[in-house]
Write a protein that binds this ligand. Structure first.
Ligand code: ADQ
Length: 731
């Protein structure tokens, strides 16, 4: 059993962030009235917040407050409203959340709309949610973010709170890779989530889809057996934690509900938000088919469909409403008799007490979503079976089908099959009904909402996950097929890649084991090693100390080594003098802890040892000085590079080496691997995309064009050792 972590102590406050606050607000004659939301999740999380203290961050639904968090009246926790502008409601909420993510995550791709303007607002609002949660979460033991509206918020929280425990629960399905990759922003969303320590889904197949997506889309390292992901320097635990309901409350409400008014007809029940994922038209068609195939049910059975109005601002929902009105009219017109109409359709919400009575008295619950994260209606129906047991007919495409095995399963797209299953449910003997209901009820009572909260908090509280260190098998899986028996051109950055970053560049010595692995690679007759660095050529040659390699210094402006003629970019001559003038200006900007590194045509201003609060102004001054001298400034790790505005970078330097050494058809001769940790390596990653395998080392915070990430210098060493020892057909 993994150990608990003190950072995530059960005593410390919790911050919950969800799209909506746990209240609804109404403007009335008496002013603003606040009513608690009835949702099950709210009742499950409130006790945790009351016990541990903390804050609920969310959108109040209407324009209530700006900014400041306020204590919720009568509550032991605070609420922090996040205000949304009208445009944000349209684009973040109705747009990206409900028109893009909702259909796509439910694998209903043709319904999804992709609009970059929606995504811009989604990003913006997520940042605001993340920043608010981080502000509230400074002393928190856990920040817990909910659902698809906030997929990017974790990355923002992580920026501000690098050590706080951060967990996420997705209430809807996570689709297979082939669907998720339709999203133009798939990488961004996955990266946003991977800032978490724990990401939980309702069922295992969603967790597996997610693992598959991060592996194939981001090149993250995945341990499928342990359900762990490593992405750069961060690891995330992935879990399936099926949500439960407040079983005993539903059961008690069902017992207390008034008896049915008349027992004239048997009832097949459908209860949903009016949503195209819920398969309501399919359900009605299956009921129609039942009446065709088994006329004995005519005038005996009705379909009672109660649909809560939902998202009527989205066109697809209004279309569905019209479609249902039409289907109900047609079926009722076709079968109704003087005293009986087959479908009773109510377009409204029903209070919980009444709802539980309806659940109790129904003979069959027909739950037929085309896709559903979990589906709580199935569970609520089961909890309310306190008298003659009814039968649950459940779509195999609902998350609930994973555990509610005793239900009669249907494929909602198979109308005939659903009709036959419905017939079976309506004609099932009491003994079988009772056996199935007992088993279902036992499980839902045990795995109720409280049990879910407990297991989520337990999973969120265990020590940060770590994957086993990278091994030969990982590299084999990634590279065997790529390398085959080709010659390998291996390009490596120096600082932060081969050698850990240090306060001062002169201290960044090459670790002896890395040098040994480098030499072993270079000694192979099918590997050519090049070091590509921002240091000056002489400096990087000295630091590496393996003269037989090829070196590209000053981001490739100077190249030397091996069989390649010495290269110095022809435009450099124009910049020697200017570099000196810039150097003396930069030296004038030096404050305590800052210094300027002279690298011939380029310069680097280092500020690693400058206190955080002095950096912003300093960086601005340095940048404008660089630009004044006609140089380009580029951010590096606690440093600013000044480079002459020559159209040359690490990518072009790599191309120069490849063409010079192997000729214009180099891509047919060699396989290329490039490993780097820096923003300047991104030039090479972009240039080599599709032509090579590239690795970005270190923090997962910055986006990368690299194929994969490696956590640190040790992982780079492991890669070099594997490359050196690899069996190649040639050798
Ligand atoms: P929803 O899509 O909203 O939730 P569901 O799980 O079925 O779907 O929950 C619906 C809730 O609304 C139930 O509690 C139900 O009682 C209530 N409800 C439905 N119709 C009603 C009516 N006419 N009157 C009153 N109440 C009504 C999302 C995901 C689900 C996931 C939940 C929780 O889509 O798959 O199960 O979150 O994670």
């Amino acid at each position: 059993m993994a150990r608990k972590d003190s950072n995530a102590s059960a005593e410390r406050p919790v911050v919950v962030a969800s799209n909506r606050l746990p209240f609804t607000f109404k403007h009335t004659a008496k002013g603003l009235v606040r009513e608690p939301s009835a949702g099950g999740l709210v009742s499950a999380l409130e006790p945790v917040l009351r016990k541990r203290g903390g804050t609920w961050v969310g959108w109040p639904g209407i324009d209530v407050w700006e900014g400041e968090s306020i204590a919720a009246r009568g509550e032991a926790y605070r609420i922090r409203p996040v205000a949304l502008s009208e445009t944000e409601v349209q684009r973040y909420y109705h747009g990206f959340s409900n028109r893009t993510l909702w259909p796509l995550m439910h694998s209903l791709a043709p319904q999804a709309r992709f609009d970059a303007r929606d995504f811009v607002h989604y990003e913006e609002v997520n940042k605001r949610f993340g920043a608010a949660a981080a502000e509230e979460g400074e002393d928190a033991g856990l920040v817990w973010i909910h659902d698809y509206q906030l997929l990017l918020a974790p990355a923002e929280v992580r920026k501000h709170l690098p050590d706080t425990r951060l967990a996420f629960f997705l209430h809807i399905p996570f689709p297979p890779y082939d669907i998720f990759r339709l999203l133009p922003w798939d990488r961004e969303l996955l990266r946003g989530l991977l800032a978490c320590d724990l990401i939980a889904f309702h069922v295992r197949s969603y967790a597996q889809n997610f693992l598959d997506c991060v592996e194939r889309t981001l090149g993250a390292r995945v341990d499928k057996a342990e359900m762990l992901v490593e992405y750069g320097d961060r690891s995330t635990r992935i879990r399936a934690l099926p949500l439960g309901i407040e079983f005993e409350r539903y059961e008690a409400l069902a017992r207390a509900a008034p008896p049915p008014q008349s027992a004239r007809e048997r009832v097949v029940l459908g209860i949903d938000r009016l949503d195209y994922t819920k398969g309501i038209p399919e359900r009605m068609l299956a009921f129609e088919r039942l009446l065709e195939l088994h006329p004995e049910h005519r005038e005996e059975v009705i379909l009672l469909q109660i649909a809560v109005p939902s998202r009527s601002q989205v066109a697809e929902y209004r279309k569905l409403k019209r479609e249902l009105d039409e289907i109900v009219g047609r079926i009722n017109g076709r079968f109704a008799t003087a005293g009986w109409s087959p479908i009773r359709y109510l377009y409204r919400t029903v209070d919980q007490q009444r709802l539980c009575g309806i659940y109790r008295d129904a003979d069959v619950a027909l739950v037929t979503p085309l896709r559903d994260g979990m589906n709580l209606v199935a569970k609520e129906f089961v909890a309310c079976q306190v008298e003659a047991p009814g039968v649950l007919v459940l779509s195999r495409l609902a998350g609930a089908a994973d555990t509610m095995r005793e239900a009669l399963m249907v494929n909602p797209y198979d109308i005939d099959g659903s009709a036959e299953t419905l017939h079976r449910a309506l004609t099932m003997e009491e003994e079988e009904r009772a056996s199935r209901a007992t088993a279902l009820r036992r499980r839902e009572r045990r795995d109720d909402l409280g049990a879910w909260v407990t297991s989520f908090l337990e999973e969120a509280g265990v020590e940060r996950p770590t994957l086993a260190p990278l091994q030969g098998a990982d590299f084999s899986a990634w590279l065997d097929n790529f390398l085959k028996s080709y010659r390998l051109a291996l390009f490596l950055d120096y600082d932060g890649t081969l050698s850990p970053l240090r306060e001062h560049p002169s201290k960044a010595r090459l670790p002896p084991r890395v040098r040994k692995a480098l030499i072993a690679c270079a000694e192979r007759n099918d590997v050519d090693v090049s070091i590509v660095s921002g240091r000056s050529l002489a400096d990087v040659q000295k630091m590496v100390g393996v003269p037989e390699l090829t070196f590209a210094g000053n981001h490739g402006l100077e190249i030397d080594g091996g069989d390649i003629p010495h290269f110095s970019h022809e435009d450099l001559v124009h910049y020697r003098q200017r570099a000196e003038a810039l150097a003396s200006d930069l030296e004038r900007c030096e404050v305590d802890g800052a210094w300027t590194e002279h690298k011939g045509p380029t310069l680097t201003y280092h500020y690693r040892a400058v206190p955080e609060n002095r950096r912003e102004q300093l960086v601005e001054d340095v940048r404008s000085n660089i630009v004044l001298h006609g140089y380009q400034s580029r951010d590096a790790h606690c440093a600013i590079e000044a480079r002459p505005p020559i159209g040359w970078d690490k990518g072009r330097a790599v191309l120069h080496i490849l063409r010079t050494r192997y000729g214009p058809a180099w891509s047919e001769e060699v396989r290329v691997i490039y490993v780097g940790d820096d923003q300047t390596d991104e030039d090479a990653f972009r240039f080599l995309a599709g032509l090579s395998t590239t690795f970005r080392v270190g923090s997962a915070d910055t986006p990368t064009a690299a194929t994969r990430r490696l956590p640190d210098v040790d992982a780079v060493r492991a890669l070099l050792e594997w490359l050196a020892a690899r069996q190649s057909k040639q050798s």
